[in-house]
Design a binder for this molecule. Sequence first.
Ligand SMILES: *Cc1c(COP(=O)(O)O)cnc(C)c1O
Length: 412
Amino acid sequence: MASSPALVPDPHTQAVLELEQQYLIQTYARFPVLLRRGKGCWLYDAAGRKYLDLISGIGVNALGHAHPRILRVLREQAALLVHCSNLYYHDYQGPLARRLATISGLQRCFFTNSGTEAIEGALKIARAHGRRQAPEKVQILALENSFHGRTLGALSITGQPKYRADFEPLLPGVRFIPRNDVGALERTVGPETAAIVLEWIQGEGGIYPLEPVFARRARELADQHNALLILDEIQCGLGRTGRHFAYQMADPPVLPDIAVVAKPLACGLPLGAIIANEKAAAALRSGMHGSTFGGGALACRVALEFLDILEELLPAIHQTGGQFRVQLTEMARHFGFVREVRGFGLMIGIELDFPCRNIVEEALAEGLLINCTHDKVIRLLPPYVISETEVDRAVKLLTRVLKKVKYPPESA
Ligand SMILES: *Cc1c(COP(=O)(O)O)cnc(C)c1O
């Protein structure tokens, strides 16, 4: 793949790159940029170039970089207590669990260090919940084109062969159906179903939403068979859509038995949570699950601050996201190869007629960080603090990048 000239790394970046090539297990296809610091929606590299960040560390840096209130609690708490294990109490797990329960409409939390770990825990709850009713009630229903993480359990319910193929056989008893296919849902859910796992908006899958009728039917069928409805809100939850949770967009809302969150929860510190109702939580008794790091004092305190700030930001996410999508849709009219602009709040997909990796590289050279998912979808997950001026700037930069595209591209 031809890189644009602006992507040629400076000597220091080149040295770091070579070091990693020698010593890291080569799992990532990184871009040749060495980032040093960030402020708000902007990142600065080792050569002093600046980038407008429209991907937020894949939805993690939702308050942008170096948010003053987050810095303040980080400094204060780091000097007091970072970690004490789950052998003892600290001041922040209880309040954080109460806050997550309040905003989700659910009751109890378990804290993890990542999204995939929270999914693993939710799968263990599903197993325990099902097996308590009948030994064969262990089937999990998931969606084609889904993404739930990289551990073996999470991969087992991830409906995309590219992530799974090298690691099979995975967990038995997982059935995949197409998104929004109510007929397939009705045919597949039965007495052996322990859980239905859904993303309200498929993130890695290309920003594809569930239809509320489908989700509502999943809720009914789960109830009918005493199975758990698990919503993976790791990417679409915690404000990304302008609501606390994406499932709250439906009217009336569809309440899951378990909501799983992670990415933005602690502003870049590793923290995830399983948020469960009493029924699902009752599947785990003392000793059945645990984590050494999960729910540490520093991460929980930062998460509480994040959720405080989020309250003030929710209306702006809705507003700015709307403005962003209007401008992108207008921009798209000038480019025949843009198939669709879609999304909710600040979770935006721009689907093209061809793979977008080259466009991501061009954007990088222009000082714009975007991401390509599902091969042909430009994904934008900007920080919630992005301003209208920064949205204007982003659309200008993206327009400049798309103008460089030769269409139809030679590679197509
Ligand atoms: C990112 C993501 C995960 C995995 O989270 P990690 O923190 O990378 O383990 C799971 N589900 C969804 C929907 C995600 O976007």
